[in-house]
Design a protein around this ligand. Structure first.
Ligand code: NAD
Length: 364
């Protein structure tokens, strides 16, 4: 799979609405969705349609049949269906105020720059890009254009993660001593020829940028701290056609200024596990699943007694996230999940890989 935007077949998940969404509310921001894969069709577009402040105004795709079908389902007119070759023409299309980049990660920086060059605001999927340098380019392009840049870190808008953060920072487990996160699943019988997530030029080192980023972020928001030192290892099994380009597993230990530690594990070659656990002097808080699309859960354990904590519907996260973007564009409210946060995370990922490569801790 080349490092350029190309048409792809219908994704392996994601369903279209049965009837087009109602007409946008007054003041709603028209968004062009770039890349019509699983996440775009499955989550990003339904969110744009559900939030009061946004609507799908255009689609951008390299697959004309797929684009026509998706556009029709969202009531997007035929003249608002763009290809990767005609994308620059959105500059003259006033129906489009913003662009949502839902392409493979290795394409985020270039397409974000092009969207800013067309004079639009940008919401870009996570991870922001592959390197800190790419993130810096994206931030500079946003500043040069005078347009907003948001990274689509949905867990910052997810009721269970917000509640967990409130509990953890509010002393629910006493003084935090340790955090343990896991974001694991097993990739099927695929190779870099079939799946961009296995291609280094499109996915970077692999699971850490993709799924492990949730655990990495949770370690920071659940402690309220940024790490000062990382120590990491990577695995890349020989003779496994899935992992010719990327790591199968990354494990990192983070040290925080308070002395708290985090163990972050992520793998494409392990039984499914999605947890963020916080252990403190007076108890523990267990989240499992921790970063799912729906049904995230918190259990507080104190004095040996386990107690579930209700926090709200995880599925609200998608529409809340795009509404936050709309508010930033319309009202100028500050963006929580900014380009700076995306850059921070890519710097941390870079330090993790440097530690693994050198076999030594890296100070931040
Ligand atoms: P996907 O493979 O399902 O879709 C990617 C789409 O991008 C393709 O369908 C195609 O339309 C387009 N594309 C253009 N050039 C391509 C190329 N060279 N190779 C492959 N596809 C190309 O992927 P996805 O799971 O939808 O991921 C897209 C982005 O969304 C990624 O940045 C990913 O990290 C992010 N994502 C975020 C979440 C989340 O929970 N926030 C979940 C899944 C994916």
């Amino acid at each position: 799979i080349p490092r350029k935007a190309i048409g792809m077949p219908w994704p392996n998940w994601g369903t279209l609405p049965d009837t087009p969404p109602p007409a946008p509310k007054p003041g709603s921001i028209g968004v062009a969705v770039v890349g019509l894969g699983g996440y775009a069709i499955g989550k990003a577009m339904p969110a744009l349609a559900a939030a009061d402040g946004t609507h799908v105004a255009a689609v951008v795709s390299g697959n004309p049949e797929k684009a026509a079908k998706v556009a029709a389902a969202y009531g997007v007119p035929e003249d608002a269906v763009y290809s990767y070759d005609t994308f620059a023409d959105i500059a003259g299309d006033d129906r489009i105020e913003a662009v949502y980049i839902v392409l493979p990660t290795g394409l985020h920086a270039d397409w974000t720059e092009m969207a800013f060059a067309a004079g639009k605001h940008v919401i870009c999927e996570k991870p922001m890009a592959l390197t800190p340098g790419e993130c810096e380019r994206m931030i500079a392009a946003s500043e040069a254009a005078g347009k907003k840049l948001m990274i689509a870190y949905r867990c910052h808008f997810e009721p269970v993660n917000l509640k967990a953060t409130e509990l953890s920072l509010g002393g629910a487990v006493g003084t935090i001593q340790r955090v343990e996160t896991a974001n694991n699943y097993r990739v099927g019988n695929e190779t870099p020829a079939d799946n961009w997530r296995l291609v280094r030029a499109l996915a970077g080192g692999g699971p850490l940028e993709d799924y492990g980023l949730y655990g990495l972020q949770a370690a920071m928001y659940l402690t309220g701290e940024l790490p000062v030192r990382v120590n990491a290892t990577t695995e890349q099994p020989a003779n496994d056609p899935r992992f010719t380009e990327i790591f199968s597993t990354v494990r990192a230990e983070l040290e925080f200024p308070s002395g708290a530690m985090a163990k972050v594990e992520t793998s494409y070659n392990a039984d499914p596990n999605n947890m963020s656990n916080v252990y403190g002097t007076e108890g523990s808080m267990l989240m499992q699943p921790a970063n799912g699309y729906s049904g995230n859960k918190i259990t507080l354990v104190r004095g040996g007694v386990s107690q579930p904590v209700a926090a709200g519907d995880s599925e609200l996260q998608f529409a809340r996230m795009v509404q936050h973007f709309a508010d930033a564009v319309r009202k100028g409210t500050p963006i929580i999940t900014s380009g700076e946060m995306g850059l921070r995370d890519l710097k941390l990922i870079d330090a993790i890989y440097r530690s693994a490569a050198s076999g030594k801790p890296v100070d931040l």
